[in-house]
Design a binder for this molecule. Structure first.
Ligand SMILES: NC(=O)c1ccc[n+]([C@@H]2O[C@H](COP(=O)([O-])OP(=O)(O)OC[C@H]3O[C@@H](n4cnc5c(N)ncnc54)[C@H](OP(=O)(O)O)[C@@H]3O)[C@@H](O)[C@H]2O)c1
Length: 271
């Protein structure tokens, strides 16, 4: 029986994926910052719910050790934990910038570093990073979030070369809009205490983003199904667009020159 460790399993894509893999007969190490609050996943037989905060390396090492002791081995790690900062870059504090990277980029690096000795020992392992179409294209007022997802893409694309000699693979999943808490509690809006001359633009962009979310969002269960297919794909494919909107946008990006694509996005958020 195979085992997957998932970060950010308390809600959204992480939780749906934990349930999906458990239903398919996998062992699941469902990690989260506050495992004491979890009531659903704890009922599943082959699911170990345990603490892991991607910003605290000791919790990562502890969750991995616990998972190995419970299930004897880990086959797949899903780096899913993440959130987005929204708003004008000018209003961001140093702490907000650092924390965005701390969770979305350094958290992934911490987790990968912690699992590598185990994967190398097994001469086998798969790392799946939850990136986004936001790691290939950019929308207005999400500069910090895009910076983290683009960063993750470059980091992982380079890393996969050195890991392939140890039979360790990396795959990136790139969803479009997904119906989760992401646009609620996982969206941190930048505040300002002086005249906000971006206000009108900010309102337009947010309303258009939410409109596109309502019209095109995939269900978290469909993304979980996609992740399951990716986990079972033995090919060397590196990037996977998940969701119709993701396929559409990434195809569009590939088919256009920078200047045309930027103009296309600009017109979508015109005011
Ligand atoms: N929803 C979308 O439209 C969408 C599209 C593309 C990609 N994504 C990506 O999908 C991933 C999951 O997001 P989601 O949509 O499922 O949103 P979500 O339901 O808000 O889930 C975010 C998860 O990240 C966890 N998290 C935040 N900081 C953490 C930390 N320091 N350590 C461990 N876990 C932490 C949260 O845990 P707590 O409960 O402890 O806060 C929560 O479980 C993110 O990487 C996001 O960038 C989302």
């Amino acid at each position: 029986m195979k085992t997957i460790l998932i970060t950010g399993s308390s809600s959204g894509i992480g939780k749906a994926t934990a349930k999906y893999f458990a239903e398919k007969g996998w062992n699941v190490i469902a990690t989260m910052r506050n495992p004491e609050k979890e009531k659903e996943l704890t009922q599943e037989e082959n699911v170990l719910v345990t603490k892991l905060d991607v910003t605290i390396p000791e919790t990562i090492h502890h969750a991995i050790a616990q998972g190995i002791s419970e299930f004897s081995s880990i086959d797949v790690v899903l780096n899913n934990a993440g959130y987005a900062v929204f708003g004008p870059f000018e209003f961001s504090t140093e702490e907000q910038i650092y924390h965005q990277f701390q969770v979305n980029v350094f958290g992934v690096m911490n987790t990968i570093k912690a699992i590598l000795p185990h994967f190398k020992q097994n001469r086998n392992g798969l790392i799946i990073n939850v990136s986004s179409i936001a790691g290939q294209i950019s929308f207005p007022l999400l500069s910090l979030y895009h910076a983290t997802k683009w960063s993750l893409e470059g980091f992982a694309e380079s890393l996969q070369y050195e890991l392939s000699q140890h039979n360790i693979k990396i795959k990136m999943i790139e969803p479009g809009n997904v119906d989760t808490d992401f646009t609620g509690r996982s969206l941190v809006t930048l505040q300002h205490d002086y005249k906000n001359d971006y206000q009108e633009y900010q309102e337009i962009v947010l309303s258009k983003q939410l409109e596109s979310f309502e019209n095109y969002a995939s269900k978290a269960d469909d993304i979980a199904d996609g992740i399951y297919r990716v986990a079972n794909d033995t090919s060397d494919q590196f990037r996977y667009a998940l969701g119709d909107d993701a396929q559409f946008m990434l195809e569009k990006r590939k088919s256009k020159q920078d200047i045309e694509f930027i103009d296309f996005i600009r017109k979508q958020f015109a005011y």
